[in-house]
Design a protein around this ligand. Structure first.
Ligand code: C5P
Length: 250
């Protein structure tokens, strides 16, 4: 798109959809993952604040557990959030994909750029959010923040019994692989079309856009945008928050 025909930021406000309807079974028993506390504040509130920290984001849609929308609304009301941002809560679905679609259905028409961000990535820095937005505004239909891998990755023939040895079938070249994070950013129409067209199971939204045959671009992600999945991730997340408090103190 040429600079003249590209909408200005004011003409193309950004909405963020935060799917937060997962149970988070890998974290152990307890409340839905997004409602677990990090340093006394629910993970979801950290995630909402992380997205609302971008001055480009003017609406955050939280997709709550199907029976938890009222609880999530009260949580948002109980925590300080920026005044310049609007917040909506909608009930989610059975799969992450369905939850995202329900969030998209709630978007008012003026939002041409949409971010989808896991509640389970509560500590994403605002610079990462802004880098994704900028790449969408520069014309990419879909953008993912991504990091190079430290580990070598093997493709295996998955065992049917947990813990049984699994034959390795391939070793992709590590230098060409990236671990993909969120927020992922989209031209709204493209993401809607992807959700209408792709019905198979996916683990992220950008792969649906890939299935439309469109190019998805990766921008640098951030180590603090990791996904809180297992109990040790909670320890790491609290350590990151402690480091931020220390740094803010100087
Ligand atoms: O399960 P996974 O860690 O991939 O979930 C990623 C995000 O999707 C989490 O924020 C989770 O709350 C959300 N999710 C959802 N609805 C589901 C399943 C997961 O909103 N049915």
């Amino acid at each position: 798109m040429s600079d003249e025909s590209r909408p200005t930021p004011a003409q193309n406000p950004v909405a963020a959809v935060i799917p937060a309807a997962g149970r988070g079974v890998r974290l152990g028993p307890g409340a839905p993952k997004a409602l677990r506390a990090l340093n006394g504040t629910p993970m979801l509130i950290h995630a909402v604040r992380a997205l609302a920290a971008s001055r480009h984001v003017s609406l955050v849609v939280v997709v709550a557990p199907p029976d938890g929308a009222a609880e999530v609304k009260s949580l948002l009301d109980a925590h300080a959030l920026p005044d310049r941002t609007d917040f909506l809560v909608v009930p989610g679905g059975e799969s992450r994909q369905e939850s995202v679609r329900l969030g998209l259905d709630a978007l008012p028409p003026q939002y041409g750029t949409v971010l989808v961000h896991d509640a389970a990535r509560p500590l994403v820095p605002v610079d990462t959010v802004d880098a994704v937005i900028e790449a969408v505004r520069d014309g990419a239909p879909a953008v993912v923040p991504a990091l190079p891998l430290a580990d070598t990755v093997k493709e295996v023939e998955p065992a049917t019994v947990a813990g049984a040895p699994e034959p390795v079938v391939a070793t992709p070249e590590r230098a060409r692989l990236r671990a993909v994070q969120t927020p992922q950013g989209f031209d709204r129409e493209t993401l809607l079309r992807a959700h209408e067209t792709v019905t198979g199971d996916v683990t992220d939204d950008a792969s649906m856009v890939e299935q439309l045959g469109l190019t998805v671009v990766a921008v640098p992600g951030h180590e603090e945008a990791f996904k809180v999945t297992r109990p040790l991730d909670l320890v790491l997340a609290e350590a990151v928050l402690a480091r931020r408090r220390l740094n803010d103190g100087f």
